[in-house]
Design a protein around this ligand. Structure first.
Ligand code: GAL
Length: 741
């Protein structure tokens, strides 16, 4: 059975590629306009079912099949944000290589015969580091992000214009024959506008007119922007948008973000939004006259390297989306939504051009009926009751409507789809472990860093500095080091008792080393980032070293003035001396940015000569601040691959110099007694991210996606930097096997 299904998945993959090759067609130049019902592309009104796939969250080798899987799932458009900090790493220096090859990505969408929706932002939120804005911009004097000030407006406009010109040059906008039919400026500014005062309003207006002045020939939108000027379309984001009305009556109803799942944090539980509820929300939207709908995300993918926002957003951005992180359709969600899309599209013309009537069929029961002059008719029958199934009479026929469901009758008679009746197949997902292998036997090379300053200190100060202002996010790591002299007369030395170290930090995480020994870790969590550490310390007479490794785990990506949120230590003291508490906050602190191996780029193939590695077949366990390097063969087969890091502590990993990202198999824990996990999830009733959580007591993220295209046929260099200690002998490459059941 399993073998058969694996083979059938392989042949489906071949088919997907063939369909892709043959479905190439160029889209004709088409002007895009709109009225109160829908977009008009060329001369045709169209319903748009769009799939968000963020290009830097996968690799170019995956793009064609991701786009094709979205198309097979019944989507006719792909949506992505544009990721400013990936494209402009330093002012005026642009990058469009590798995962950031946006032109290549859009051309793949075009070749698949799909439309493209481009959300330029360039502020994007998106659980992406710093909301997509380059960190350097925060340090341009006078800049306040998303507000009415010259530096922000200058850099934001320059970038937007650069992108628009690039895409115009490549003829990617619909009037040029390209796939882009819609664009977005800013992102959900309406939530924050009031915090920015009168200037906020001015900025919103300015960004809309700046966008419109770009003359791209396709409409611009702003999501969740209630006072959006009439030159742009205000759109809706959320779990449900059936009640949404746009900013002016001549605008179509656009749902820019329907969240079919949710994101995850290190230490957080697994969100789950049932397919029935996602389908319900989509059917309600189209039933109520919505005409552009986008799944955020349809493929969430991976926050490779240090791209995740936060703090604490996991490296995986799976999002429980219809296509999973590894690029495989998630069943039954993908299949159920595919069936839904088919049912909706049967009535496309009526939905956008027919006459709409809404009436009640009884308590919590509604009919949305579309008719035209020729007598054709389509109906969406909804049961809004979140507990009781209902029988309804519609046009002399009785229909059974499960609680919280919508039935679609494309001829006002035949129920072709009900959102709560899932007929799609399900799947079983396994991560099949495979030991690391090498043709000449596994040889580990090990390099351990010493806690504290390596080389010379970067600077010395009699205070605790802000972490982010110091590193400017060039690294996660910042060493705060000092030393104290303990007199032989201290009573605790004689009594054998231990003084207590007390540290306060704005976040995000901290490893403590006393006299070059690892003492412990303290960390904030997803909702409360500042933290305190209180731990007994064994001090000796004479000099004692205190080396504190403060870490960021993804910078804040949303909220008013989010770019000013700091991180790092704010107070350090030790209690239990003869004279009481020793306050070290204003002691002499020596600082060092980054860890040594990072500075020497030990993760880059060929850079190994920079330090002296120790070769061993058995690498040490539980050793902090250690680099591991091992040459491996690619895993067998062709399934997608995840690095199993369950045996490790926290750190970063690379394959052949490509950044896999941060790993941290941190256990999903309860922060309050209400933080439960569910055994069964009831799809009925309004969904919230904490409604159907699972994974209590398990690592939030155990496997880390390593794209197949990163492997060479042999001699692959896997490099790991482990901060606190773990057991590298147990690291495995697991193959993701999905069997249809
Ligand atoms: C929205 C935002 C998206 C993303 C989403 C949650 O409010 O626009 O960028 O952050 O929330 O995944």
């Amino acid at each position: 059975m399993n073998r058969v299904t694996t083979e059938s998945i392989a042949s489906t993959a071949i088919l997907v590629v063939m369909v892709f090759l043959f479905s190439w067609r160029s889209i004709e130049a088409a002007n895009v306009s709109y009225d109160h019902r829908s977009l008009t592309i060329g001369n045709r009104r169209q319903l748009i079912i769009s799939a968000a796939i963020h290009y830097p969250r996968s690799v170019p080798a995956m793009w064609p099949s991701l786009v094709q899987t979205a198309k097979e799932g019944g989507c006719n458009a792909i949506e992505s944000y544009v990721f400013w900090n990936g494209h402009e790493p330093s002012p005026g220096k642009y990058y469009f290589g590798g995962r950031y090859n946006i032109v290549k990505f859009i051309k793949i969408v075009q070749q698949a015969g799909m439309h493209m929706i481009l959300r330029i932002g360039p502020f994007v939120a998106a659980e992406w580091n710093y909301g997509g804005v380059p960190v350097w911009l925060h340090y341009v004097p006078g800049t306040v992000f998303r507000a009415d000030n010259e530096p922000w407006k200058h850099y934001m406009e320059s970038f937007t214009t650069y992108i628009v010109n690039l895409l115009k040059q490549e003829k990617l906008f619909a009037p040029q024959g390209g796939p882009i039919i819609l664009s977005q400026v800013e992102n959900e500014y309406g939530y924050y506008e009031k915090d920015y005062g009168e200037g906020g309003k001015r900025y919103a207006q300015w960004s809309a007119s700046m966008a419109v002045s770009q003359n791209i020939g396709v409409p611009w939108m702003m999501c969740q922007q209630w006072d959006a000027p009439p030159t742009v379309i205000s759109t809706c984001n959320g779990f449900y948008c059936d009640q949404f009305t746009p900013n002016t009556p001549d605008k179509p109803k656009i749902w820019t973000e329907n969240w079919p799942g949710w994101f995850k944090t290190f230490g957080g539980r697994d969100p789950h939004r049932p397919a029935e509820d996602v389908a319900y929300s989509v059917a309600r939207f189209f039933g109520k006259g919505g005409s552009v709908h986008n799944y955020y995300m349809y493929h969430g993918g991976t926050n490779f390297g240090r791209t995740s926002g936060g703090p604490f957003i996991t490296t995986s951005y799976d999002y429980e989306a219809p296509i999973d992180e590894y690029g495989l359709p998630r069943l039954p969600k993908w299949g159920h939504l595919k069936d839904l899309h088919k049912a909706i599209m049967l009535s496309e013309n009526l939905l956008i051009s027919g006459e709409h009537q809404n009436f009640t069929l009884g308590h919590s029961l509604e009919a949305d009926v579309y008719t035209d002059s020729s007598g054709t008719c389509a109906a969406f029958l909804s049961n809004l009751d979140d507990k009781n199934d209902k029988a309804v009479m519609f046009r002399n026929t009785s229909y059974h409507l499960p609680a919280w469901s919508v039935s679609i009758l494309p001829d006002c008679k035949t129920e072709v789809f009900n959102t709560a009746k899932v007929t799609s197949k399900s799947s079983k997902v396994e991560m099949l472990p495979e030991d690391l292998k090498s043709s000449s036997g596994l040889k580990w090379e090990v390099f351990s860093e010493k806690p504290g300053i390596w080389g010379a200190a970067d600077f010395v100060k009699n205070e605790l500095v802000d972490h982010i202002n110091t590193t400017k996010d060039t690294t996660d790591y910042l060493w705060y080091t000092t030393s104290i002299t303990v007199s032989e007369n201290e009573a605790f030395l004689k009594k054998g008792s231990s003084p207590v170290l007390f540290i306060e930090s704005k976040g995000h995480t901290l490893h403590v080393f006393i006299n070059k020994e690892y003492l412990g870790t303290a960390t904030g969590n997803g909702t409360h980032v500042p933290f305190k550490l209180k731990k007994p310390v064994a001090l000796k007479a004479g000099e004692n070293n205190i080396d504190l490794l403060s870490m960021t785990v993804g910078l804040a990506n949303a909220g008013s003035f989010y770019e000013w949120v700091g991180a790092g230590l704010t107070s350090v003291s030790i209690k239990g001396f003869n004279k009481g508490t020793l306050n070290l906050t204003n002691s002499k602190w020596s600082y060092k940015l980054g860890v040594e191996g990072e500075h020497l780029e030990l993760f880059k193939p060929g850079n190994s000569g920079a330090v002296k590695w120790t070769v061993t077949t058995k690498p040490p366990k539980k050793q902090p601040l250690t680099w591991y390097k091992v040459v491996i063969e690619p895993p067998s087969g062709s399934e997608p691959v995840g690095l199993d890091m369950i045996s490790m502590g926290k750190g970063m990993a690379w394959l052949n110099g490509e950044e896999i990202g941060r790993y941290w198999p941190r256990i999903a824990r309860k922060n309050s007694p209400n933080d439960e996990c569910v055994k069964e999830c009831d799809y009925r009733g309004k969904f919230m991210p904490d409604k159907c959580l699972t994974g209590c007591g398990e690592p939030s993220q155990r496997w880390y996606h390593v794209p197949r295209s990163w492997f060479k046929s042999s001699g692959n260099e896997l490099v790991i930097f482990e901060e606190k200690g773990g057991n590298p002998m147990k690291i495995k490459l697991s193959k993701r096997k999905v069997s249809v059941v």
